[in-house]
Design a protein around this ligand. Sequence first.
Ligand code: URA
Ligand code: SF4
Length: 199
Amino acid sequence: TADAAQYVPEGADWAALRSASAGCHGCELYRDATQTVFGEGPVPARLMVVGECPGDREDTEGHVFVGPAGRLLDKAFEAAGVDRSKAYLTNAVKHFRFTERGKRRIHQQPRRSEVVACFPWLREEIRVVRPRLVVVMGAVAAKAVLGPSFKLTEHRGQVLDHDGLRVGVTVHPSSVVRAENFTEAFDAFVADLKAVRES
Ligand code: URA
Ligand code: SF4
């Protein structure tokens, strides 16, 4: 079955990976999306943060976390004392997955098969960024890195050792945006970010 591996140049640096990712047809998602949205930030970086997949704004602009989830993330980083400019931000899946409802494009969670197909890009980003801590946000990112049976709710706020990586676990900022009790959800997200950075 198809995946991103055949599009990944071997031993490439970040710039070469990013440009190669623009031509990836490793799964079906490239067909309807505008462009590949590769991760961004300093290379190397001590902190890597992994989301789910680009949203509507990210798809249009070609940059990670520039929409509503990104604004929430900025606020949470500020509250947790994380400098966004020093972190490498990316997603488990590099193309926007959506359905159309009238003129609106509604985000859909990527399928497991798409997460698996896209993983070679994330694996290469980890290789070149060499993070000391990888923070996975939400179940899709957590399962991409930690495996399909991983239970986010049992481990949020923790740092796990996995395949020689230190992996910090928290929820996705979009879940905070949508939360019924926003303040509680925001505070818990910030507490997770602080806890994983301090452990
Ligand atoms: N949600 C994500 O997971 N990543 C983005 O880049 C934007 C929204
Ligand atoms: Fe390639 Fe990932 Fe885009 Fe699928 S989502 S086409 S694997 S970059």
